[in-house]
Design a protein around this ligand. Structure first.
Ligand code: AMP
Ligand code: GLY
Length: 418
């Protein structure tokens, strides 16, 4: 089958890599892609926010399946436009993607479905904001209601900082602080049947020891040796299935990838957030462990046939990914710097370690790879356990040279030593 992937980050590189290894995929296209994706897929220029343009491209390419990676086009209705053109699309409708696009909507769905989450208030006036901040006390959790590319959430002990962020949002969700380790659990769903993937953990803060500002994610690993083996079943039963059932009941079924961001608190599992798409960088480690060919699973979800899908098959391997970011990320990043050493990773670390590209592009010479974003590379490795995967990932990171770049040195360290 011919597949078109929309997006151009490391998540889309991971998706394209898996799809390129699927014998059922006869042609792989990506728009807009990046320098790394160009090695496994044919790239096309498209405005990913323009549903009509994406649908036209998919029609021209005779795509059997379109996979929409990022949240912004999903919230904007790009999956609807593709489906309206008669092409199967992996990704929720604009209505269902509100689960990510509006935190207040997500809270309302969770309340209706009795899904465990932090207590919260939706506020639009300074009076409501002050009342909510006062009700919860520090640490304060203040979330912009709308999409904010990972920058909408402020968690702080400082009342003035919390208040200032809340006042800067049109509509804000103020929430109880949830303590405990975080888990990302993804599920593929066709709106009825829910197929959970393996859990992963993401490292959100910029610096070692979870210091520094929040980022899009600086690394991830899977499996989680410290997690309760019953966690996936429990989250399926208490979070994923009820949420999917509630959206179907509302007449806006969610089909695509449902991402539950969870806190494992002393009082049990709580949902921190839902996303309507694969997470980045967790996808890099989850897909590294999936043995079942990916295209068939995504197509079955897009076509409402997941009930017939055999159980997913997983490798015993562990996987770790380390994000290499530009100078000054998550602030305005420095871009346009050459990246060296990529071929050394292929020569010395493949197939156990490989580089997935996030913000990269080819220079006009057609050979040099340049940094082109905040998160530049997601260096991914597998191994018999986390310690081996981690060692391989960092060995590969050490071969890469990008002036001024930064990465965390403690991805998966605690879990590997446990
Ligand atoms: P989100 O964009 O909702 O994932 O939030 C970004 C990060 O903020 C999460 O990964 C958490 O680390 C943190 N966070 C969000 N909500 C809470 C909460 N209620 N309690 C504690 N930390 C939170
Ligand atoms: N890894 C966090 C996210 O994808 O939102």
């Amino acid at each position: 089958m011919k597949v078109l992937v929309i997006g151009g980050g490391a998540r889309e590189h991971a998706l394209c890599r898996s799809l390129s290894l699927d014998p059922d995929v006869t042609a792989l296209h990506c728009a807009p892609g990046n320098a790394g994706i160009a090695e496994v897929a044919e790239l096309h220029a498209v405005d990913v926010m323009d549903g009509a343009a994406v649908a036209r491209l998919a029609t021209e390419l005779e795509a059997r399946l379109v996979v929409v990676g990022p949240e912004a086009p999903l919230v904007a209705g790009v999956a609807d436009a593709v489906r309206d053109a008669g092409i199967a699309c992996f990704g929720p409708s604009a209505e269902a993607a509100r689960l990510e696009g509006s935190k207040a909507f997500a809270k309302a769905v969770m309340a209706a479905a009795s899904v465990p989450t932090g207590r919260s208030y939706v506020c639009t006036t300074p009076e409501e904001i002050d009342k909510a901040l006062d009700a919860f006390g520090a640490p304060f959790v203040v979330k912009d209601d709308g999409l904010a590319a990972g920058k909408g959430v402020v968690v702080t002990d400082d009342l003035a900082t919390a208040r200032a962020h809340a006042l800067a949002c049109d509509r804000v969700v103020i929430e109880e602080f949830l303590d405990g380790p975080e888990v990302s659990l993804f599920a593929v769903t066709d709106g009825r049947t829910v197929l959970p993937l393996r859990p992963a953990q993401d490292f959100k803060r910029a610096l070692d020891g979870d210091e520094g500002p929040n980022t899009g994610g600086m690394g991830a690993y899977s499996p989680l040796p410290w997690a309760d083996p019953k966690l996936v079943d429990e989250v399926l039963e208490t979070v994923l299935q009820p949420t999917v059932d509630e959206l179907r009941r509302r007449g806006t079924p969610f089909s695509g990838l449902l991402y539950a961001g969870l806190a494992i608190t002393s009082r049990g599992v709580r949902v921190i957030e839902f996303n309507a798409r694969f997470g980045d960088p967790e996808t890099q480690v989850v897909l590294a462990r999936l043995r079942t060919p990916l295209a068939g699973v995504l197509l079955a979800a897009a076509e409402g046939r997941l009930a017939d899908q055999p159980a997913l098959v997983w490798r015993d391997d562990a996987a770790v990914t380390v994000v290499v970011a530009s100078h000054n990320y998550p602030g305005t990043p420095r871009t346009g710097d050459p990246i060296e050493g990529l071929a050394d990773v292929v020569a010395q670390d493949a197939p156990n370690a490989y580089v997935l590209h996030a913000g990269t592009r080819l220079a006009d010479d057609g050979g040099t790879v340049l940094s082109a974003g905040g998160r530049v590379l997601s260096v991914t490795a597998t191994g018999k356990d986390l310690a081996q995967a981690r060692k391989r990932a960092y060995a590969a990171v050490d071969r890469i040279r990008l002036d001024g770049s930064q990465h965390r040195t403690d991805i998966a360290r605690e879990a590997a030593e446990a």
